[in-house]
Design a protein around this ligand. Structure first.
Ligand SMILES: NC(=O)CC(=O)C(=O)O
Length: 302
């Protein structure tokens, strides 16, 4: 007799994406982020998400200037003010915090990364994700961006365990375009795919919502994309439109472009129901596409 699979989300959790307005001053950005995290927590969120490059402008010219050193871990306050500010935001508000991303400099290799840090309600670091797929695109007349001119790529699928709830996967922005990473995280039991991200005025309207819905329908789990607010005076204009999508790929909530917090309650039964009614997980044909299941995968060492 086959028994029902254990729910991947043990109890409901309210989550918030903070579509943060930030500028060039890191201290101001950190203080503002702290106010917004407190606001999200006060409204009942237990998982709070900040955007990609939440405390700096986004662009290759800015990565070295704003980069912080995270190793050896934990870093000192001088090495990483953002690490300490994020840890305090999580602890003071008793929330899990996916701290968007920050530019990171590895002091030994001298390589830069676009790195996300996730903290628990006790302020302890639970996981890190270095952007795996660097944002290198050239759409003539519209947008040219080459993160690989400055950044190096991370090399792992990042899963973070939230003990009372279950497991989330954290990846960054351009990573959302790669279904393999999401599908592997889902097969490892994630109940949500969390992407701090910063699409732009060209790719945002084309693909932002579509990709969130695609990753949700592929994997029958929740997806959250958290953008910075749009700033037309900045060199990179973020799309905004932070959103949360359910396991049937329905958009539960979506922002416009200005600063706001979008929230939704994630419910385990909605994942179970979607998977019962459309049982993709029992129907995969790895005998037909073995490369997907046999590739070598690196996971987060928690
Ligand atoms: N900024 C990114 O990493 C990705 C992006 O804007 C896009 O894929 O489009």
């Amino acid at each position: 007799m086959s028994s029902a699979p254990a729910p991947v989300l043990k109890k409901p959790i309210k989550i918030s994406c903070i579509q943060l307005a930030s500028g060039a001053d890191k201290d101001t950005n950190l203080k503002h982020a702290a106010e917004k995290v407190a606001e999200a927590a006060q409204s009942g969120s237990k998982l709070v998400i900040l955007p990609e490059c939440f405390n700096s402008p986004y662009g290759c010219d800015y990565f070295p200037k704003y980069a912080e050193t995270l190793l050896p871990s934990p870093p000192t306050k001088d090495q990483s003010p953002s690490f300490h500010a994020l840890s305090a935001m999580a602890a003071e508000n008793n929330v899990y915090l996916v701290g968007g991303s920050i530019p990171e400099l590895n002091p030994e290799t001298k390589k830069y990364y676009n790195t996300s840090l996730t903290f628990g309600p006790d302020g302890k670091l639970l996981g890190t994700h270095r952007k795996v797929h660097l944002f290198d695109i050239d759409i003539p007349g519209k947008i040219f961006f080459k993160e690989s001119e400055v950044l190096s790529a991370g090399n792992k699928v990042s899963l973070v365990d939230l003990p009372e709830y279950g497991t989330i996967a954290v990846a960054i922005c351009y990573d959302v375009r790669f279904p393999e990473l999401a599908t592997i995280a889902a097969r490892r039991g994630a109940f949500a795919l969390i992407y701090p991200g910063a699409f732009n005025l060209t790719t945002g309207p084309l693909h932002w919502r579509l990709l969130a819905q695609a990753r949700a329908v592929d994997n029958q789990i929740y997806v959250a994309l958290c953008s910075p607010a749009r700033d037309m005076s900045a060199s990179y204009n973020a799309w905004g439109h932070s959103l949360i999508v359910n396991p049937l790929a329905k958009v539960l909530v979506e922002a416009e472009e200005s600063e706001t917090i979008v929230q939704a309650e994630l419910v385990g039964e909605d994942i179970t129901e979607a998977r019962k009614n459309i049982p993709l997980n029992n129907q995969r044909r790895f005998d037909v596409y073995p490369d997907v299941s046999q590739g070598k995968i690196s996971f987060d060492e928690l």
